[in-house]
Structures are given as C-alpha cells and as structure tokens.
Design a protein around this ligand. Structure first.
Ligand SMILES: *[C@@H]1O[C@H](CO)[C@@H](O)[C@H](O)[C@H]1NC(C)=O
Ligand SMILES: *[C@@H]1O[C@H](CO)[C@@H](O)[C@H](O)[C@H]1NC(C)=O
Ligand SMILES: *[C@@H]1O[C@H](CO)[C@@H](O)[C@H](O)[C@H]1NC(C)=O
Length: 372
C-alpha cells in the first residue's frame, strides 16, 4: 500500500517537475538554462538536463551549432559521437557527455517547434538566451562556460571541456585515450627549463609550455590547467571580412590562442571564464577571445598538438588526427565508416597544407615555422 502511495507521489513530483521544465522551456523563449530554471542544489538530476543518467562525465563535448543545422547535428549524433561507446571494440567505456549549443532569441515559431521536437527526442541541446548568429559566437562560448560553471557547482564533476563546431569531426575514442596519456606524459616529465618536454618524452605531435609563478622544478603538476589544441601565435588582426576585428588595440597581432575548430580546456579554466562573464571583453572570434582571456592565467600548460586539424581550412586527412575541421556531412559519414570498418579515420591520407610545431622558446612572431 505504502509502495503504491510512494510511487504515486513520485509520479506527481516527476510530472510537476516535468511541467515546470517544459513551462520554463516554452514560456521563457526556450531558455531552460535561465537562472529561474535552475532547480536548486538538492535536485541535481534535473539540473543537469533531463537525459543525465551520467552523473560524472570526465569530458564535456560542447558543439557550437546553429538552429538550422539539425541535419548536421543528426549526422554527428549518428557518427562520431557514438565513437566513445566501444564502437571500435576496445572494451573501454568513457564518461563523456555532449551538448549542441544554440541561441534561442529571435526564433520563428517554426524554428521553436523544430528545436523543441529535436530536444524532446535527444535532450542534448544547450539552449542559451542569445541571438543565434555567428556574430554572437563569442557570447555563445562565454555563456556556455558560465552554464558549465554553474552546473559544476551543482555537481557535474567534469575534468575537461572540448569545444568544437558542428562541422568538426572528432575521433572521440582516440581523443579519450590520449587525454590520460597526455596527463601521464606531463606528470612523468621533469619539466626542466626551457619548459618544454624533455626530448625523449616529446613525441612528434606536441610541443608544450608551462606558465607558473613558482620555480619550474617546484611546480606541482596536479595544480596545472591544460589548454590544448593547435596554437597560433602570430595571427594578423582581421581588418575586413566576416571576422573583422575593428576595436582590437592590444598589440599588433592576436595573443597566442588555440584555433577554434576544436580545443580542450581544464575545468579550472572554464570555471575562471564562467565566473568572470561580466568582466570579459568579447571579440569577434571566440578562439581569439579565449586565448586573450587565458593569457594572464597562472599554472597553465599550453599544449600545441598537430593532431588538431583545426585551422580555417583542413590540412587534409591524416589517420593520427584527433579533431578535423570544415568537414562536410558526407565526408563525416565516410570518416566514421572508415573508422568502424578499417580503424582508420581517412579513407585515403591526404596532405593539402603544411603544419608547424609551435616553438614556445621563441617569441610569438617566430613561433610558427612550417616543418614539413
Ligand atoms: C547578438 O547579435 C544581435 C544581432 O547582431 C545583437 O543585437 C545582440 O546584441 C547580440 N548579443 C546577444 C547576447 O544576443
Ligand atoms: C597546489 O598543490 C598543493 C599540493 O597538492 C596544494 O596544497 C595547493 O593548494 C595547490 N594549489 C592550488 C592553487 O590548487
Ligand atoms: C625555437 O626558437 C629558439 C629561439 O629563437 C631557437 O633558438 C630554436 O632553435 C627554435 N627551435 C626550433 C625547434 O626551431
């Protein structure tokens, strides 16, 4: 009898919560992350959105998307997002969680209906209160980090955030294997001056730099935050075109930043940015802005990695890529099939552009000399 009563209560509470969330979604212009919709501390399950059976993902994958790109989102859901689920038969399961990030303001009724339906089917869209256009990409990143920071306070214990776009392809399984490898490489190294990994540890994919107020041989590696991607140090300020930056006065170039097609940040860095939303200047390019915001951070390791093919155009295809960018939906499917069938990302390896290994011992103007 008691059982029945309890389950009835549960159902009523669940229904109430569900209606509350639904109400939030619809009435507040599809903004479930608005503060008024954050259920309180004691109710973590609902807080981390409805599909969160997974309580402590190690990696959060944030995929910046546009309302109209539901086809791209579906392809990503069907392809590389499944790669962490033992698709390649490694027997390892990783704890990761993804969100597609879109803005909810100024949508047509049609679009609202579309997104609501997609959300009810997938529960993986982070709907933020901003206009969904490329001019607001930096705000999108900023608000996503703010949200993640709040979620962290409410018990979502992630370690890293991967930010990418809906035309990025992530070899998620390899990446999730590389994260602990990178950690152990860094932890086992002696971190001698000039702050690069000792040659025997330095594999040919990465160069690293540590910034710390402490003497480098007393640095506690556990305290370090990681900023990981394909870095650019001498990028010229865009003076015209889509990414024009007319108000940049800080120096002749941008400060070193990891290119936006895909980069990884430790939780600390995401929290730092998320906590300081109201103080940060947002420039046009989100990746440039993130590089700037993190330029003054203490205890940070910058990892330049050529396995991040994240420039404005792809360098081609190499099986070692962890992230590749500007990939069409068709190519995305081909890559996924190739990974599943041949355990290789590329149907055929191709080199269209050269890469560089970032030289952290040189000034940024000399950082990036092509090597191949
Ligand atoms: C986004 O873009 C629109 C139009 O360009 C602009 O009016 C708005 O202030 C921007 N910011 C946000 C948070 O939506
Ligand atoms: C760094 O690590 C030491 C030892 O584990 C700890 O006492 C200290 O609080 C840490 N500092 C930060 C800023 O996390
Ligand atoms: C990096 O830059 C420093 C300083 O300019 C230079 O001495 C060194 O040879 C460079 N390293 C590589 C690998 O190019």
């Amino acid at each position: 009898m008691r059982r029945v009563k309890e389950s009835k209560y549960c159902r009523i509470i669940f229904a109430a919560l569900f209606s509350f969330l639904l109400g939030c979604m619809i009435t507040l212009n599809l903004t479930p992350i608005d503060k008024t919709c954050i259920v309180d501390n004691t109710d973590r399950e609902y807080n981390i959105m409805q599909n969160s059976k997974l309580k402590n993902p190690e990696v959060i994958v944030l995929i910046l998307s546009a309302v109209k790109n539901s086809d791209r989102r579906n392809i990503i859901r069907e392809t590389w997002l499944t790669l962490g689920n033992n698709v390649l038969g490694s027997g390892i399961k990783y704890r990761y969680k993804h969100y597609f990030v879109i803005g909810s303001l100024g949508l047509s009724n049609d679009e609202i209906l579309h997104i609501s339906t997609e959300q009810s089917q997938n529960s993986d869209i982070l709907i933020l209160p901003l206009y969904d256009n490329y001019k607001n990409l930096t705000e999108k990143v900023l608000k996503s980090f703010e949200w993640l920071n709040l979620q962290y306070d409410y018990g979502l214990g992630y370690k890293y955030v991967l930010k990418c776009d809906d035309d990025s392809v992530v070899n998620l399984q390899s990446l999730l294997v590389e994260i602990p490898k990178l950690e152990s490489t860094l932890i086992n190294s002696n971190l001698h001056y000039p702050l690069n990994l000792p040659p025997e540890k330095l594999n040919h994919f990465i160069t690293t730099n540590i910034q710390s107020n402490e003497k480098i041989n007393t640095v506690n590696i556990e305290n370090m935050s990681i900023y990981w991607g394909y870095f650019h140090g001498n990028a010229r300020i865009k003076r015209n075109g889509k990414w024009q930056e007319s108000e940049w006065i800080l120096c002749d170039n941008y400060v070193p930043y990891a290119l936006g097609g895909g980069y990884i940040l430790s939780r600390n860095l995401v929290s730092y940015i998320g906590k300081n939303v109201n103080y940060l200047r947002t420039f046009k390019s989100e990746d440039v802005s993130v590089g700037l915001w993190l330029s003054a951070i203490n205890n940070i390791i910058r990892v330049h990695d050529i396995r991040f093919d994240t420039e404005w155009t792809s360098r081609g295809c190499k099986n070692y890529y962890l992230v590749t960018h500007h990939i069409s939906p068709t190519e995305t499917k081909f890559m996924f099939e190739s990974l599943v069938n041949n355990k290789q990302l590329c149907v055929r390896e191709v080199e269209k552009r050269k890469y560089y290994l970032y030289n952290w011992s040189a000034l940024p103007s000399e950082c990036c000399v092509m090597v191949n």
